[in-house]
Design a protein around this ligand. Sequence first.
Ligand code: ADP
Ligand code: MG
Length: 207
Amino acid sequence: MAKDPLYPNRRPALAADASWPGSGGLVAVTQLLQWHLCEVITRAKFNAYPYLELAICGFKQPRRAKKMAIERTFSIIKPDATKRNLTGKIISKFEDAGLRVVASKRIHMTQAQAEGFYAVHKERPFYGDLCSYMVSGPVVVQVLEGEDAIAKNREVMGATNPADAAPGTIRAEFAESIEANSVHGSDAPETAAEEIKFFFTDDEIVG
Ligand code: ADP
Ligand code: MG
């Protein structure tokens, strides 16, 4: 139905106004209903626009980059690495990856410490050899701190078996074997907390 360009909201003239004979009443009612329907749709659209825009703006907002948590993880530079004087080179790998050494000490693990620390592997066939290897020379126990430190440390370390470790990782570059694989790193927040407590008191950690 054509609208008056000067007064678009004015109800247009009805056919009945033009005094159509016969069905004029019915035509007029139909036109009136049509007009009302147009108005209702227009108003609904008008009222919905702000919400539509809000929704679109919200959708278009640039997503904030996921903020990584600052974590602490536990690390050991194992006897094969300390024997070959690789401590500095290994720490450089951690620091280059954005991890900070917030606690560190060079110790000679006791048999009891090695057995307690690796108790989770008690049932594995390599447990005895692993404990003997861990007390075969000095180790450097450390707490590393940084964004996503637990996963990042595991990434920098590389796979347990150096044959599977990605190029550039500590184990790919320095490890001698699947057992003498140069470094240990916690694998989850719970183990990280337990392992840090196993070797460090709170006042030995300086962030
Ligand atoms: P990761 O140190 O990568 O977390 P695991 O927790 O499975 O690996 O094993 C603990 C350590 O036990 C390894 O770092 C390695 O020194 C030793 N180890 C693991 N698998 C074997 C194996 N098949 N034979 C001998 N030693 C192993
Ligand atoms: Mg492990």
